[in-house]
Write a protein that binds this ligand. Structure first.
Ligand code: KIV
Length: 289
């Protein structure tokens, strides 16, 4: 059963607040011209909830329902335990809160690696149950066959190479990748392989800047950097990182706010008001006539 809200400007049941057409996969692909030029870099942020999607939607081209919800929402150590059910629930919430951005949902670890057929089943479920338009999966050359299988069957795929957090148990941590020649060459070859297999865009995460630039030049589809380079064709950050929700953030994160401190202040003031019985006041209580 689908839980999302149709967003067409003609929908009478759920009219959009400001009717406009959602960005599509071809529109994102078109941002990168045949000569590799990108006049308007792609703006992408993660979102996991309806309200956050509503706030971010007017400012983004793509909302990514990342499996980073493992750490951000669920307090898990890694993305490995994330399930399809979790991605379906949060994906549907983000689609309900957005009208403009393309919504892309991460395929969770274990839901696509076994075979192209397994990947198709998982991706189809994500799209059917959420209303999102595309999926993202991690991996390079090893995933090229799967990317081709999905795209030929109508499922747009965003790739993800470089630091691939679902492979944390193989990588042994979250260090930036491409520090030696062999690793650098592999990352560029990975990007090339999934671009040629039909990926409509590729996330380049946690790679040395020169590799990000080389990979961006090597592929026809747009690249979206995180801990990569300003010369990627777009950028993505985890929303809670850029809002300053965590005490520690990786080097590549720019904090655009300090929400943790502001929430702490609000909670402290609330506790003081409750303790002093200065909340609620006249303005917040009901009185019978
Ligand atoms: O899960 C996620 O949020 C991601 C981004 C960091 C690209 O994959």
């Amino acid at each position: 059963m689908s839980t999302y809200t149709l967003d067409t400007s003609t929908s009478r049941a759920h009219p959009t607040p400001a009717p406009m057409r959602r960005l599509t996969v071809p529109k994102i692909q078109e941002r990168k011209a045949a000569d590799g030029r990108v006049d308007q870099p792609i703006v992408m942020l993660t979102a996991y909830t309806t309200r956050m999607a509503q706030l971010l939607d007017p400012h983004c081209d793509i909302l990514l329902v990342g499996d980073s919800l493992a750490q951000v929402i669920y307090g898990l150590d890694s993305t490995v335990p994330v399930t399809l059910e979790m991605m379906c629930a949060h994906g549907a919430a983000v689609v309900r809160g957005s009208y403009h951005s393309l919504v892309v949902i991460d395929m969770p670890f274990g839901a696509y690696e076994a075979s192209p057929a397994q990947a198709f089943e998982s991706a189809a479920r994500l799209l059917k149950e959420t209303g999102a338009a595309a999926v993202k999966l991690e991996g390079g050359e090893a995933m090229a066959e799967t990317v081709a299988f999905l795209t030929r069957r109508g499922i747009p795929v965003m790739g993800h190479v470089g630091l691939t957090p679902q492979a944390v148990n193989m990588l042994g941590g979250y260090r930036a990748r491409g520090r030696d020649d062999a690793e650098a060459k592999k990352i560029v070859a990975d990007a090339r392989a999934i671009a040629e297999a039909g990926a409509f865009s590729i996330v380049l995460e946690g790679v040395m800047e020169d590799i990000a630039i080389e990979a961006t030049k090597a592929v026809a589809c747009p690249t979206i950097g995180i801990g990569a380079s300003a010369q990627c064709d777009g950028q993505v950050l985890v929303i809670d990182d850029m809002l300053g929700m965590f005490e520690r953030t990786p080097r590549f994160v720019k904090r655009f706010d300090d929400l943790a401190a502001r929430i702490t202040d609000a909670a402290r003031t609330y506790a003081a008001d409750v303790t002093a019985r200065t909340f609620p006041t006249e303005e917040q209580i009901y009185r019978g006539k």
